[in-house]
Ligand binder design. Structure first.
Ligand SMILES: [Mg+2]
Length: 243
């Protein structure tokens, strides 16, 4: 794998942008509830939406509800919970992806969280176990989620930054991008996926398979062709492509 390089200037009107939220549009913070999309970033995204003819979608591990709260007053097409929830443009109706996680699995994760003082979050199609407050519980958290996923082939484990999640296997950020790319106004544009974490790799693969590009934010191995160092670096690059 060749190392990712600095992305070139891209013409906004020919491209469709799929943007992760935490670590891409917002700095990562200790408590996910405290994350903020700055006014500067919101302004850049507003201009990007306008200059791409509305071809910007947020593709995040957060729920749609949470994405909308962070992006407010922007209301964008979005994929929530790693592609489990989809909201297409135009109709703005929600086409739901997967079913929710079965109750016994949810209970197991909630019980572990409450015994260990961790935060468990139920979202459409996934349950997330956040261990940022107790990083020494990383292995135990991963093992719990891996164990449940290994016993039920409807599910897969997703290990992100200080979070392990149980998710429906059938949906990921790649399937979300494929769905948007087949829909106006995204259809016919070169897809660009921007993200910082392991679950963004499905998005990088799909964008590049569809003739587009992946842009990885920050360090770490990636399938993405391009890399930017930080959220601020992404903002600077966005400024450079906006007219
Ligand atoms: Mg992220």
């Amino acid at each position: 794998m060749q190392d990712a390089t600095f992305p070139p200037v891209m013409t906004c009107r020919d491209h469709a942008f799929y943007l992760d939220l935490d670590g891409t549009l917002a700095e990562i913070v200790a408590r996910p509830a405290d994350a903020v999309v700055t006014a500067t970033m919101r302004d850049l995204i507003t201009r990007l939406v306008s200059q791409t003819n509305q071809s910007v979608a947020v593709v995040s591990g957060r729920s749609l509800k949470d994405i909308d709260r962070l992006m407010h007053p922007l209301l964008l097409p979005a994929a929530g919970s790693h592609g489990q929830e989809l909201r297409f443009p135009n109709s703005f109706t929600e086409a739901k992806g997967g079913n929710d996680i079965a109750a016994d699995a949810v209970t197991k994760i909630m019980e572990f969280a409450s015994l260990s003082g961790l935060l468990a979050e139920t979202k459409p199609g996934t349950v997330a176990l956040h261990y940022r407050s107790a990083p020494d519980l990383e292995a135990a958290s991963r093992n719990l989620i891996d164990g449940i996923a290994a016993r039920d082939d409807r599910y897969r484990a997703i290990h992100g930054k200080m979070v392990s999640e149980l998710a429906q296997r059938a949906f990921d950020k790649g399937t979300a991008i494929a769905g948007f790319a087949d829909t106006a106004p995204f259809r016919g544009k070169v897809p660009v996926m921007v993200g910082d974490d392991v679950t963004d790799e499905d998005g990088f693969h799909m964008a590049q398979k569809l003739g587009g590009h992946g842009i990885k934010i920050g360090p770490g191995p990636t399938a993405a062709r391009y890399r930017l160092n930080s959220v601020t670096g992404f903002a600077t690059w966005l400024e450079s492509i906006l007219g």
